[in-house]
Design a protein around this ligand. Structure first.
Ligand code: SF4
Length: 295
């Protein structure tokens, strides 16, 4: 829920479904990932603090029972630390039942902040960060213009965890296409293992005609995975993970063909067995632009 008249579409992680959405920024400061349709209609801007304060006050008056709050849009951690601290403190002072604040964070946002700044944000009550890893393969990251590398992503994730945050990381199945599915699976498994996030979600690539990656498909330079390819890639990725601390894994997003979930590392074999049962029944001939339910 939110009180807002700002332009553009609003996005939030599934686990923030009951949160108050506070749009401290509009859009995404990067906004050039070639697979991402999310903020293409929005021109990035930071809202003035007095405008944000007003939204918090009106939100608290309308929804005084709110227990969770999500600072949007795409990468709220791009804000200066003093601005974020002001917003976090104002939220806790205004919403009497508030217990948790979350935000999206890009690897670049996290790496721009010092460990001390991150610790101060965590201690003020910013409890959970959502970071899109997407891929751990540098060639894939470059191809989709993600603006980061595998090494920078690992540093960012480790910094977030060291500061005390819960870290929910997202990876994107199919992002290497048929051309780099193997490298995408192995290198992404390496990156998530090195970070060992609190939660890990595997989403599946959807390529609507509005994103630049669609043109690569039309040109024949990117071949989407088949249904079987998605399951095979998830299997290879899971098999290659080496988590040393508990990590809740989910691939039950609406974009996924096969809902699989469990706790890593202990449920790894069980999840692989479930995928092995599906594999013989999946089509391996038609490249998919996305799960049919999304069109
Ligand atoms: S994937 Fe994330 S960083 Fe990339 S454009 Fe979309 S919201 Fe911005």
């Amino acid at each position: 829920m939110f009180i807002d008249d700002a332009e553009g579409l609003v996005f939030r992680p599934p686990s923030e479904a009951y949160s108050f959405i506070l749009r401290a920024t509009i859009g995404c400061s990067h906004n050039t990932c070639t697979f991402c349709p999310m903020y293409k209609e929005s021109r990035f801007r930071v809202r003035p603090l007095d405008e944000i304060d007003g939204i918090i006050e009106r939100g608290a008056a309308a929804y005084p029972h709110i227990r969770r709050l999500f600072i949007a849009d795409g990468d709220a951690l791009v804000l200066r630390t003093d601005q974020l601290l002001h917003i976090i403190e104002k939220c806790y002072a205004s919403f009497p039942a508030l217990t948790r604040i979350g935000a999206y964070a890009t690897p670049a946002d996290l790496n721009r902040k010092t460990p001390e700044e991150l610790k101060a944000l965590h201690d003020a009550g910013l409890a959970i960060l959502y970071m899109g890893i997407e891929s751990g393969d540098d060639a894939v990251l470059t191809h989709v213009n993600k603006g980061t590398t595998a090494a920078a992503t690992i540093t960012a994730g480790q910094k977030a965890l060291a500061a005390g945050f819960k870290l929910s990381a997202m990876i994107l199945l199919g992002l290497g296409g048929q051309e780099r599915t193997h490298e995408h699976a192995l290198h992404t498994a390496d990156v998530v293992s090195a970070i060992n996030p609190t939660m890990l979600s595997a989403l599946s690539l959807i390529i609507p005609p509005t994103v630049p990656l669609y043109e690569d498909v039309q040109r024949g330079t990117f071949t989407p995975l088949t249904a079987k390819g998605f399951i095979r890639e998830l299997r290879e990725l899971l098999a290659h993970t080496e988590m040393t601390r508990p990590c809740i894994f989910r691939s039950n997003h609406v974009s996924n063909l096969a809902p699989v979930g469990g706790n890593l590392p202990q449920d790894k074999e069980k999840m692989i067995q479930a995928l092995d049962l599906m594999l013989p029944h999946m089509d391996d001939t038609t490249p998919l632009l996305g799960n049919i339910h999304n069109f």
